[in-house]
Design a protein around this ligand. Structure first.
Ligand code: IMP
Ligand code: MG
Length: 169
């Protein structure tokens, strides 16, 4: 019997991940200097990236979580409870694929009249885009590959892996 491990090819190491996160944090620190931000983390895949990113940020921030599921249409399993009116909002994604979830979330947040809504993603997969949506900060761009690790899962397997792998099938 074959196991998932037999199909995993190392792609981004934890050391590389740390460097990318630190460089993203630097950009955010300088762009939002003197401002407060609200980080919005869509569950569940983004939790590792969020935790790493917020550790490197020294600007005042709040954090909240939203859980969306797409079963045909996109539904909200858990909404944010933070009042974002007049605030700078930064959506923290681990990966942008079709862009459907992000487009839905952006619209939804914009309806609460924040001062701004920007998007940071650790990984961007523009080749898979179905809806035009551009992240403001991108850790790294990948081709059309299925990845696991660092929050990314294959049916819940791999989320906790500290490194990122390509999953070949
Ligand atoms: P989309 O941009 O609306 O298609 O949604 C992106 C979501 O699809 C992410 O939050 C992941 O849950 C999932 N996803 C997309 N690409 C990958 C991948 O390479 N590995 C694991 N999950 C992925
Ligand atoms: Mg998933």
């Amino acid at each position: 019997m074959s196991r998932l491990k037999d199909y995993m090819v190392p792609f981004i190491t934890r050391q590389q991940i740390k460097k990318i996160v630190m460089s993203l944090a630097k950009q955010i620190e300088s762009d939002y200097e003197g401002q407060e931000i609200v980080l919005i983390c869509p569950l569940k895949g983004s939790v590792l990236f969020l935790a790493d990113l917020m550790r490197f940020l020294t600007i005042p921030l709040q954090v909240d979580f939203v859980h969306l599921v797409s079963k045909g249409s996109i539904q909200i399993l858990k909404d944010i409870t933070t009042n974002i009116e007049g605030k700078h909002v930064l959506i923290v994604e681990e990966i942008i694929d079709s862009g459907r979830k992000l487009t839905f979330l952006k619209k939804r947040l914009q309806a609460s009249n924040p001062k701004s809504v920007k998007v940071i993603t650790f990984i961007d997969k523009p080749a898979r885009r179905e809806i035009a949506v551009n992240p403001d900060y991108v850790g790294t761009v990948v081709e059309d590959r299925f990845l696991i690790g660092y929050g990314l899962d294959s049916e819940e397997v791999g989320r906790n892996y500290p490194d990122i792998y390509i999953l070949n099938n």
